[in-house]
Design a protein around this ligand. Structure first.
Ligand SMILES: [Zn+2]
Length: 116
């Protein structure tokens, strides 16, 4: 039996669920989408509409699932996405600022708040 390799190290990714990101590498380069979920332990993110794969789904009449082939997003390396600033209309880096005692992320280029 093969042991599953465990990573105890927890990464803090530069993006989080709901962020608007632009893809900087791979077949979806240049695509902009929202982060659907973050797999911090694997350093991966799932971006809406990006890195689509076709997956076979088993029919499950109880759940109303017909089965067949379905398109879904596959996790991709977090290094392939950058935060997207809709104000600059560019990929950007963020800096952290404290506004009203709350930590917010702002665009390094235009100062626009990214946490809304
Ligand atoms: Zn900006």
């Amino acid at each position: 039996m093969r042991m599953k390799k465990q990573t105890v190290e927890k990464h803090d990714l530069h993006v989080k669920t709901g962020d608007r990101v632009i893809i900087t590498a791979g077949k979806d380069k240049g695509k902009i989408g929202n982060v659907k979920s973050v797999l911090a332990s694997e350093n991966k993110v799932i971006v809406e509409g990006a890195n689509m794969i076709t997956k076979a789904v088993k029919p499950n009449p109880m759940a109303g699932i017909q089965g067949g082939l379905t398109q879904m997003e596959a996790p991709m390396d977090s290094s392939k996405v950058m935060l997207y600033c809709s104000s600059c209309e560019k990929a950007t880096r963020v800096k952290h600022e404290v506004v009203d005692n709350k930590k917010v992320r702002v665009c390094k280029k235009c100062g626009e708040q990214l946490d809304v």
